[in-house]
Design a protein around this ligand. Sequence first.
Ligand code: NAD
Length: 368
Amino acid sequence: MLMELSIFSYMEKYDYENVFLCQDKSVGLKAVIAIHDTTLGPATGGCRMWTYASEEDAIEDALRLARGMTYKYAAAGVNLGGGKVVILGDPKTQKSEALFRSLGRFIHRLGGLYITGEDVGTTLRDMEYMRMETPYVVTLPESWGGAGPISPATALGVTQGMRAALEEVYGTDSLEGRTVAVQGLGSVGWEVVSLLTQAGARVLAGDIDSEKVEKAAAAFGVETVADPNRMHALDVDVYCPCALGGIINDQTIGELRCKVIAGSANNQLYEEKHGDLLHERNIAYAPDYIINAGGTIFDTDRLLPGGMNSERAMENVRRIKETMKSIFQISKHEGIPTYQAADRFAQRRIESVGRAKGLSKSANVRMG
Ligand code: NAD
């Protein structure tokens, strides 16, 4: 187990509200629901299914991911808190309708304290099974009242965050003539390339899947790169990672030649110290959980009054640019790296909304 503290000490240190352990041997269910903070609204976050090395690892993962969701929603201006459920098991061999319906019933018993969704190891089909038992499910197919594909919203958020970073560095948010290396041409990267080329940027595109690269060259007339694994080292204005996490690490950091890092990939900094090094090197890093929040903003719009409204959702996604500008401001004024500034921005929103609601942290804790 990575967590050095006991579970209660860890919860106390990082202000968690609840952890629920769910087991139903009749369907082989073992799951952990972690609720971090519900100041802004019900704790929300996806359902992960994974073969954990130990039960403690599963609890730690649920706790860590739930806290990440608190910050993500808070910074994105979404009125939801942070939560997560992890199912202990192999998603390839241990899934069943009954397992997800049983978990749906556990979630339902929490009465709206926690809202679930799709994550690593789960699919929209699994969400449908949970929706049969509870309304507290957010990622659903359109036919079930869900928002539909979220990648176009994520991509729009990425280009908005990129514009804020460009403004910070060059004094203008224009993409016209800027050189951008887009690494990964999957659901998000493809849409990012489309938006960038429309905005007049010069795009260098790469993917380990050569078919996608050829398609992008044909569809958008972009330049392609020989080695998709070395795109961080290209001499470009913007490096836009849209594939894997951990790409800013001990090996890559010294090879960066860009002025801006702005892409959708989750967990781009291998360790926090790499965020400190980017700050020292004056590379404008758009923190991943801020710049890639577009899909989340879009997806959760259906929880707002009147239900799903795509226009309102995309308007809120466009605001990622303003959020990112605030984060660069905090970074500059307080002399801290942008990844820390993002956390402060999120914390301040939680604190101020908490005050407006008359909630102190202790008053906010609910009994499970
Ligand atoms: P995806 O699986 O559709 O696409 C990823 C692409 O990256 C694939 O085409 C893959 O071949 C390519 N790839 C993998 N390794 C590579 C490498 N070394 N070099 C170049 N290309 C490589 O995933 P996605 O939905 O487009 O998401 C991309 C990233 O953004 C992920 O890190 C994801 O967690 C994050 N993200 C996505 C969303 C969303 O709306 N889909 C939202 C938030 C964050």
